[in-house]
Design a protein around this ligand. Structure first.
Ligand SMILES: NC(=O)c1ccc[n+]([C@@H]2O[C@H](COP(=O)([O-])OP(=O)(O)OC[C@H]3O[C@@H](n4cnc5c(N)ncnc54)[C@H](O)[C@@H]3O)[C@@H](O)[C@H]2O)c1
Length: 346
């Protein structure tokens, strides 16, 4: 089996060290970091890393036993000719680096950390560049790559709870850093439907300039899909997700660790919906799954599970929440007209 050459840009937490922060937390199956996932994969060989910070380069070389470390990622691509590049810098650099990696040529798979961009102007440029070059693409919205969520989506798709009606996320969260995860997971559970309209409110102190937010705001939102399907976030709870259908509901608790279903004891107005845990699947590293999914997409010539179109749509939903707030909480039809609205986030 062919092994592909993999390189990481941004050798900080997600690129290299984050596993040590979550050891013992059962909701996250290791490896979590990009370097750890490359190392764990049978299909990838970790060959190089790039970071502007020489101390990060040294630490990465020592931790992973990889001598090929660079300050300039373009130089790294020229010298090391990687097939897969994982971009694990902060979001304000994502567009510049995602475009730079695509334009460098020769890279056929890219994992870009979330959110893909800070504005739709940036996201549009990434979409065009990756579609034009047919580069397999995934982002770090890891629930989409988690086998426990796959099991839930499978049950939903099989009609277990009837026709899907409403999906709800529970947790207080920032708009771009956090809700890109909640939006993506709701889209995933609903079978990757595309939202028609978005309504939202930003909360707390807002660092706003003209057409931009310099701090990632806390946010709540409501989404509308074709067929009267809706999704909401409720700003309390612990990254729980629930989906209601015409027959019953399914719920993921404790950040995906526990799953229950509620189906009616009998049809009728006054029936009750007892809670029944359903058989779960053993956890598997979502980062590793995302990387292996890139290899599969590349080899089969098929879209990756979190492909650039899906990522672009989730980003557009988040930015439309900020636009809705700016317009007094009104519904924003997609596509978002204001392509330059900029929301800074990590
Ligand atoms: N998917 C997840 O669950 C998850 C978890 C944590 C972080 N993240 C995401 O990962 C990204 C990185 O976050 P972090 O906490 O690891 O950040 P970090 O600050 O620890 O690491 C970022 C690194 O990028 C380097 N860098 C910046 N510009 C560069 C450039 N042009 N070339 C090379 N290196 C450059 C910095 O020097 C730094 O070492 C963020 O987008 C964050 O949202 C995702």
């Amino acid at each position: 089996m062919k092994k592909y050459r993999a390189a990481v840009v941004g050798l900080g937490r997600m690129g290299s060290t984050i596993d040590e922060e979550v050891v013992g937390y059962p909701a996250i199956a290791l490896p979590y970091s990009a370097a750890g996932a490359c190392r764990a994969s049978q299909r990838l060989e970790l060959v190089a890393g790039a970071d502007l910070d020489p101390a990060k380069q040294r630490a990465f070389a020592e931790r992973w036993g990889v001598g090929a470390v660079y300050g300039d990622y373009r130089e790294m691509i020229r010298q090391e000719v990687p097939d897969l590049v994982a971009i694990c810098t902060r979001a304000e650099n994502h567009a510049e680096l995602a475009l730079g990696v695509a334009e460098a040529g020769g890279v056929s798979m890219v994992f870009l950390e979330k959110a893909m961009a800070c504005s739709m102007r940036e996201a549009d440029a990434i979409l065009r560049a990756y579609q034009a070059r047919n580069i397999a693409f995934n982002t770090g919205v890891l629930r989409r790559f988690d086998t426990r969520y796959h099991r839930a989506r499978q049950r939903l798709a099989q009609g277990e709870i009837g026709e899907l009606r409403t999906a709800v996320h529970h947790a207080s969260s920032s708009l771009m850093h956090g809700h890109i995860h909640s939006v993506d997971t709701l889209l995933y559970l609903l079978g990757d439907l595309r939202a028609l309209r978005v309504k939202g409110e930003l909360r707390g102190e807002l660092a706003a300039g003209p057409n931009r937010f310099d701090k990632d705001p806390q946010a709540v939102y409501q989404l509308q899909f074709p067929g009267r399907i809706e999704a909401w976030t409720v700003p309390t709870g612990h990254w729980d997700f629930e989906v209601w259908g015409t027959k019953g509901m399914l719920k993921g608790l404790n950040n995906g660790m526990d799953w229950v279903e509620r189906l009616p004891l009998a049809a009728g107005r006054h029936t009750i919906y007892p809670e029944k845990p359903f058989e779960n699947v053993p956890p598997y590293s979502a980062t590793l799954y995302a990387f292996e999914d890139l290899v599969r997409a590349h080899e089969e010539g098929k879209p990756a599970l979190g492909n650039v179109e899906i990522t672009h749509h989730a980003t557009e939903i988040c930015l439309a929440v900020a636009q809705s707030h700016l317009e007094g909480g009104k519904w924003i039809d997609l596509p978002l007209q204001n392509r330059d609205l900029y929301v800074w986030h990590v």
